[in-house]
Design a binder for this molecule. Structure first.
Ligand code: FAD
Ligand code: NAP
Ligand code: SF4
Length: 677
């Protein structure tokens, strides 16, 4: 007998009248970098095919511009000519062959374009592009609307089930709507009706062109998170107007790209913004989609079951696991590889022009190149070290038919991810350990914990993999043995032992994390976490203020410790952190009055504190503790013994190279080695 589903609301089909979606999961639009060149479309098709095979209800592509004015970057992906429809056919055929539905997102960048051809309602440069847009003439406005209509018609010809009209995140349509950057006094600016006329005309004319049996999703910016964005009355007016103009579904947009408030990074609580969508629900009759930081089937089910939205959008969680929905349906949610919201291999790649992938799933967008084949001979393999590198290697090699034993000296899997998970806002990292634990068991890997491996323990194995990670670097500073010196390992495992004034040596990823840990306020339950997040970042909890932020002051933070964060380099502290998250950490520490000093020379540590020189000035920081976060060195202890015993071995992750190590590299190296040994 079939078990009742754990997620009945999430998995319930959605009837749109002319078509039926198989469940309530929308794969949200994500720019992958594969949209821009014709030669990448077969790769993009396989990426979408696997998500459709994984039973996603409705897929939305990354944004395609309707004309070159709307390019995100020069020669970015467009759909503006019938010559381009055959390549899009590859995508639609791949998804339909798996029983899925797919819409193409039409995205006109407006003033967010990174090229000199960009246009906008008014000639106001955005803080995230070095180009000033040309203000559109009335004729220019008409041309842009016609381009949307042509693109939607071509999308229909290419076999798409619909289009998503991108009206949020500060792109062109959103720019027309918000008084912040629409300074026109003609028929397209001024009153709210005139500002939203561009959006309404696009939806109305697209509907006229594509007929009634084609999905039009309108992505509506419900919370701009910039001053002089829309207020709530305007959001409701806009929603009603696009409903009347012929939209089928309304998707939620949260935050302009230029907003200085985090909206999807790991420190944003799960489903933090779902109540914005819920607030619109009674106002309109169309299905509504909730977005942002929804990454487990449980969270998604609750949103639908409580009537806050009709569908949920998940973008990054489907990069992390193509078979998310299928696993949820099959009662295997514990086998889902969960997105940890790190942005390290997805959004951070977009911003430096690298193809998107995923930290926890290096196969994402590389489905045609990273493939698994059964091992020719089943070897007896040992992997020493169950951090991210070792877990990934053990899993992939076992899945290929090898007999794999995974050792760790600790009592648990995960290596340094266990430390990362103790940092406020990083508890998602535990999901990765949970995933690997279950997947390793399912693949038959023998987990041997509490076992510090010596060279002698490795006799009898055909192949040896060292994934033994790193040891913290101890910098040669006078007084480094002083009792007030602590390593980051000691601090993360016992933050309570740290005094009220602290100097952190090393302003890399771990230095910043340790600072966050020492300054964190504890907020126990999910609801208070959300409220704390809103007040910390100055978001109106009622979502009524203009842009959700106007005249809302971020709450005064209680400064828990006096903290110095130091580095020797002259560059800005935190410069090496992720593009999309580094600024959040810097703002957050500045609010806590952390003194970030660059160009520091460490002279000595004694009872008085930490003696430093900065420029010509010598200063004593009178601290209770000095915490060393000065990078790491590879763990070489076991390796040296193996070399002495003339044993061959592979090295991955920190054991291979400690410099510039992160979990993205560790998991990728582990995966690739597991696929080839
Ligand atoms: P490790 O995770 O160090 O694992 C090595 C394992 O080998 C350990 O479990 C150890 O017990 C075991 N071992 C060693 N010697 C032996 C032996 N002789 N016998 C048995 N077992 C042995 N990275 C990111 O990408 N993003 C982040 O946001 C991030 N945040 C971090 C926050 C903190 C506080 C810390 C400490 C790290 C963070 N990292 C982050 C770094 C990331 O955790 C590491 O890059 C990653 O864990 C390295 O993986 P690894 O498998 O090479 O080594
Ligand atoms: P890191 O980012 O390389 O930073 C090391 C810090 O130590 C630097 O600030 C460096 O600055 C300083 N340092 C290096 N040698 C020193 C010496 N001999 N004496 C004094 N200071 C020295 O390394 P990490 O902070 O240890 O992080 C380890 C890895 O985990 C990183 O690669 C990082 O990517 C990853 N991680 C990522 C995140 C994230 O949010 N993405 C968070 C945590 C960790 P100076 O040389 O200028 O002094
Ligand atoms: Fe999620 Fe990080 Fe993967 Fe991006 S890289 S999809 S944020 S786990």
């Amino acid at each position: 007998m079939n078990q009742p589903s754990q997620y009945p609301h999430l998995l319930e089909p959605l009837d749109l009248g002319f078509t039926r979606l198989r469940n309530r999961v929308l794969m949200g639009s994500m720019h992958t970098g594969l949209e821009d060149r014709k030669k990448d479309f077969p790769r993009l098709a396989e990426y979408f095919r696997q998500r459709a095979e994984g039973e996603v209800g409705l897929i939305v592509t990354g944004g395609f511009a309707p004309n070159i004015r709307g390019w995100l970057t020069p020669f970015g992906g467009t759909l503006m000519s019938s010559l381009q429809t055959p390549r899009h056919r590859l995508l639609t055929n791949a998804v339909h062959a798996e029983g899925g539905h797919i819409c193409m997102q039409i995205l006109h960048s407006g003033r967010y374009g990174y090229h000199p051809l960009q246009v906008a309602p008014s000639a106001i440069r955005s803080p995230i592009s070095k180009f000033t847009p040309k203000g559109l003439s009335a004729g220019g406005v008409e041309k842009q609307i016609k381009a949307y209509v042509r693109s939607a018609s071509l999308a229909r010809d290419a076999g798409y089930d619909g289009v998503e009209v991108m009206g949020s995140e500060g792109y062109l349509i959103n720019e027309f709507i918000a008084p912040r950057v629409n300074k026109r006094d003609d028929a397209w600016g001024g009153s709210v009706e005139k500002r939203m006329r561009f959006a309404v005309e696009i939806v109305r004319r697209v509907r006229e062109a594509v007929g009634p049996d084609f999905i039009i999703i309108y992505r509506l910016s419900m919370l701009d998170l910039v001053p002089d964005g829309s207020n709530w009355e305007e959001v409701v007016l806009q929603a009603k107007a696009v409903e009347n103009a012929g939209a089928t579904i309304i998707n939620t947009g949260i935050g302009w790209h230029e907003a200085r408030i985090p909206t999807i990074a790991t420190m944003v609580p799960r489903a933090a913004f779902v109540d914005v969508t819920a607030k619109l629900k009674p106002e309109i009759n169309l299905p509504l989609i909730a977005v942002n930081r929804i990454n487990t089937p449980g969270v998604a089910e609750e949103i639908i079951a409580t009537g806050k939205a009709d569908m949920v959008s998940m973008a990054r969680p489907l990069l992390a696991d193509a078979h998310f929905v299928q696993k949820a349906r099959a009662g295997q949610a514990a086998m889902i590889n969960t997105c940890i919201a790190c942005n390290q291999a997805c959004l951070d790649h977009v911003f430096v022009g690298k193809p998107v992938s995923c930290l926890v799933n290096p196969r994402a967008c590389e489905e045609t190149t990273i493939q698994s084949t059964a091992a020719a001979v089943a070897d007896n393999i040992v992997v020493v070290g169950a951090g991210p590198a070792g877990m990934a290697c053990a899993l992939e090699s076992a899945k290929r038919g090898h007999k794999v034993t995974l050792f760790d000296s600790s009592d648990r899997l995960g290596g340094q991810f266990n430390l990362a998970a103790k940092i406020p806002g990083k508890d998602e990292f535990l999901e990765t350990i949970r995933y690997f634990d279950n997947a390793l068991q399912a693949a038959g890997v023998s987990q041997q914990l509490n076992m510090r491996v010596n060279a002698g323990d490795l006799a009898g194995f055909d192949q040896i993999v060292l994934a033994t990670g790193v040891v913290p670097r101890t910098p040669p500073i006078e007084g480094i043995e002083h009792p007030k010196v602590l390593s980051y390992l000691e601090v993360i495992t016992n933050p309570e032992a740290v005094g009220n004034s602290v100097a952190i040596i090393g302003a890399g990823g771990i230095g910043f994390d340790v600072a966050e840990l020492l300054l964190a306020n504890t907020t126990p339950d999910a609801e208070s976490q959300k409220q704390h997040f809103f007040s910390e970042w100055g978001i109106d909890p009622e979502f009524s203020a203009r842009g959700g932020v106007k005249n809302i002051k971020p709450a005064n933070v209680q400064v828990r410790r006096q903290l110095w964060l130091l580095q020797r380099k002259q560059s800005k502290p935190g410069k090496g952190l992720g593009k999309t998250t580094g600024w959040v950490h810097r703002i957050s520490l500045r609010k806590q009055k952390v003194k970030m000093l660059a160009g520091v020379e460490y002279l000595k540590i004694d009872d008085q504190g930490l003696h430093i020189r900065k420029g010509e000035a010598v200063e004593i920081l009178p601290v209770d503790h000095v915490i060393i976060c000065a990078g790491q060195l590879p763990q070489r202890e076991l390796e040296e013994k193996l070399v002495a015993a003339d044993k061959l071995f592979y090295r991955i992750g920190g054991a291979e190279k400690a410099g510039e190590l992160d979990a993205k590299r560790a998991i990728r190296e582990g995966t690739l080695l597991g696929l080839r040994i």
